[in-house]
Write a protein that binds this ligand. Structure first.
Ligand code: ATP
Ligand code: MG
Length: 410
């Protein structure tokens, strides 16, 4: 258990307040997983928390929270809330033209009832050792059962992001949604269209960049949420599903492997893989009309990003890199001379090269090209300017550059 979170709870209790470790951290502790962060709930108001921890920071405009640093760990301390605030973002958005009510303090029980799933509604007193359970979450956890607190349809409508959270917890925790929790999901999937795209971007990152991407995708498909979440992908005909592109599946698998090995993962590469199929289809069409592969990939990317961005924002710093990864696929066909050498120095080389390997894993004809770039990095053959004879995308004949021959420079 986190001794820091326990310290924070103890100090609040010593000051006369009720305080508990809550939410995902309790759930993960009971499941024997290591929680990635700790949240504390208390009946002290943010100002009162501030008086106990004078150096804490109060954050958030509508849902004010205290960030308490204890021994280098950041602990989020929130005041018990009542049921009127279902939007977890606290960013002051309007809903149906009305501002949702501000901080509505509640009791411990009310705070349990406004949480999403029963397994997320447990309160642990790390000092006394008790768990408070108003929703049957402990038993659900034991049975590996995902159940919404209260009436599922009402709770999904209150905050449709819970649809995605259901899929994520199924994928992440290996729990199974009970019938009433699962049933409305595909039916209510269109509600995702009303969600702020920035919030859905965050959810996509949590779904696909935290080590259970394959299972997240399966869960989204099974619940019929993928088409609503990924409008740029081709719907599969079955309700709410998309066509599962083998390259994307491989990318998700690789991402999970990287997370398991503690290697960095990035939304840029994720979106490059998620959107590759529509990107390539559009680009191919443009190439048939005579565009170069480079220009076609460039031209195709704007409408592809535009289609996806209506649902999930894609911050420019990521979409720009995703586009570079795509365009580099064309540049990789330059296996000769200076231009080839320059590619090796490109900032996105590594990611684009990984992407080439990904493509080659699905398309044998790309393997010589992938091998060329593998060797190029090791310095083999590169200076001798010996690309594999048939390297390249077969879509367009490679143009030979006249004059300069890299071989002379070696
Ligand atoms: P993880 O951190 O693994 O993503 P988590 O359960 O901790 O899972 P958070 O988003 O960190 O998820 O939220 C912390 C807690 O806040 C949840 O456990 C839940 O009790 C509550 N909560 C979060 N989002 C919602 C929501 N949309 N509706 C109701 N309660 C929510
Ligand atoms: Mg959490």
């Amino acid at each position: 258990m986190c001794p820091r979170a326990t310290d924070v709870v103890r100090e609040l209790q010593d000051a006369g307040y009720a305080a508990y470790i809550v939410g995902g951290s309790v759930r993960d502790l009971i499941l024997g997983k290591h929680p990635k962060d700790f949240d504390v709930a208390t009946n002290a108001t943010p100002e009162e928390v501030k008086s106990v921890f004078p150096r804490c920071r109060l954050i958030g405009r509508r849902f004010r929270l205290a960030h308490v640093r204890s021994g280098g760990v950041l602990i989020e301390v929130a005041t018990f809330r009542g049921s009127h605030d279902s939007d977890e973002n606290g960013d002051g958005q309007l809903r149906d033209g009305r501002i949702i009510r501000d901080n509505v303090w509640g009791t411990l029980e009310e705070d349990a009832l406004r949480r999403d799933f029963t397994i997320n509604a447990l309160f642990l007193d790390p000092v006394g050792g008790d768990i408070s359970d108003f929703t049957g979450g402990y038993e659900d956890l034991a049975q590996r059962r995902l159940r919404l607190v209260g009436d599922p349809e009402t709770r999904y409508r209150e905050d449709p992001v819970r649809l995605l959270r259901a899929a994520r917890f199924v994928a992440k925790l290996g729990v199974e949604a009970d019938e009433e929790t699962a049933e409305p999901i595909s039916r209510l999937a269109p509600l995702l269209a009303d969600m702020p795209p920035a919030r859905l971007f965050e959810e996509v990152c949590k779904l696909f960049l935290t080590g259970h991407a394959m299972r997240s995708f399966e869960a989204l498909q099974r619940f019929g949420l993928s088409a609503a979440l990924l409008p740029a992908l081709q719907p599969s005909g079955e309700s709410g599903k998309v066509v599962a592109d083998p390259l994307l599946m491989q990318a998700l698998k690789n991402t999970d492997d990287r997370v398991a090995r503690d290697l960095p993962v990035t939304p840029a590469f994720l979106f490059a893989a998620l959107l590759w199929r529509p990107e390539w289809e559009r680009a191919s069409h443009l190439m048939e009309k005579g565009e170069s592969m480079h220009d076609a990939l460039m031209l195709a990317s704007d409408p592809v990003f535009a289609r996806q961005s209506v649902r999930t924002s894609i911050p420019r710093r990521f979409s720009a890199v995703a586009r570079q990864i795509w365009v580099m696929q064309a540049r990789f066909n330059n296996t000769r001379g200076k231009r080839a050498k320059r590619i090796l120095g490109d900032r996105t080389f590594r990611a684009a090269y990984d992407f080439l390997l990904l493509r080659a894993s699905q398309d044998e004809s790309l393997q010589p090209l992938a091998e060329f770039w593998t060797e190029a990095q090791e310095g083999h053959d590169f200076h001798n300017n010996r690309g594999p004879s048939d390297a390249g995308d077969k879509r367009r004949p490679r143009r030979r550059r006249r004059g300069k021959r890299g071989g002379r420079r070696s």
